[in-house]
Design a protein. Structure first.
Lengths: 133, 133, 133, 133
């Protein structure tokens, strides 16, 4: 399976950490491979314990649906066409910002998930990580 | 318990796949038996990994409540009489379109669940599958 | 992610089914992709409901540890060096025969898992499936 | 709760990785904090997907019972006084070598868990990591 390497995952995490430090919001940052399996994770000092799983699941969700998790937000709201999606998969989908696929030459090679801040902060840090890939 | 055979499940899946190909939306397609247990599943090339479980759970839900999953949508919204249903069963109920019972002579013999597209696409493909039974 | 296609997965399942019919033991047969995610599953008429999950988990385990599940059997017995492995992963590892990686040009592209028979029967049917890849 | 920092966790992982490279066995390496919650994880290229969870659970187990996981092995065998322990906690205890508490001035500040190799290799790499703390 062609997928992200640990060296690449570390570069992604490093770029995300740098952005998290810059905005002064310590984060849980996870990278999964193309199959959705964890490749690397860090919990920055001060980040939430509750965000360990959220960060990993954000990255998983980005693989599972081949898109940024923020794109799932509108349609999963009450009134949306897939309201209830987050309940429908055993509790490991995240339907708000912070998960982004890592793409090379049009192919998804992995994903990053970030959690602890506001969703805007999570997204900003995930984007910083993703742009290092 | 009289229930769907593998040959019948395959015919259902085949009809669903044909429709999915026609609308150019690769799908996860699952068929469960009258007891709600998986009989057959395929993930068409390009369909979502995240939809494996959703498709199986849509089929399960159609058995569990003896109805199409789309009929659960309104009453599970906030303000609805069974809001919270999707949380109430360990994370394996789906309350939006794409799950349909397979009925013969008034008896539910199995169900089909389809996921990856919009809910309209999922429903259309599930109906194509169901009508082959 | 380069991985097994649905057409290939079906050829693997078809060969396994043929062998299962030949030995008169209906089986649950699952194929997962290189990332361990379900690609296709069938429960032959008469196969165990309890073997749905076992067949899927056998295939997952073959991906997870890059080997046939039968190779995990000795060392996970009481007295073995990794006794307790099957408990250590949330309940989705199988440490007895019936799960085999699907390999092409030295790379694991997926895996097959078979369950319902004796472990010798499961292994025989899994081998028949794997040799069709 | 005073606990391991990310910088310290990385030093532990780095020392473990160096040893894993030296013995030519890529590993999953996890570090948890004093509360048993994941602090950092890496899956070296070539390490097992199945060992992601095992490595994290080894580190958790070392915190959970304030000892190296290898010390749980004898008494959890059939005939042992706590046979069944590995089943008794929802599937996240590991009762074989590779998990070691990280201790400073007599206090457990975190733990390392290593998996993919033989238990001897896992233990050797975990010890290399622990001795960097």
């Amino acid at each position: 399976m062609e997928s992200i390497t640990l060296e690449e995952a570390r570069a992604v995490i490093s770029a995300a950490e740098k952005k998290a430090a810059e905005i002064e919001c310590p984060m849980d940052i996870a990278v999964v491979d193309a199959g959705g399996n964890l490749k690397a994770h860090v919990r920055m000092d001060g980040a939430f314990v509750g965000s360990i799983t959220i960060s990993i699941n954000k990255a998983y969700t980005a693989i599972a649906f081949k898109q940024e998790t923020r794109h799932l937000q509108e349609e999963t709201r009450p009134g949306g066409s897939i309201f209830g999606l987050s309940d429908a998969h055993g509790g490991n989908l995240v339907v708000f910002p912070g998960g982004i696929p890592l793409v090379r030459e049009g192919r998804i090679m992995g994903a990053i998930g970030v959690s602890t801040g506001t969703v805007e902060q999570d997204q900003e840090v995930a984007e910083a990580g993703a742009s290092a890939y």
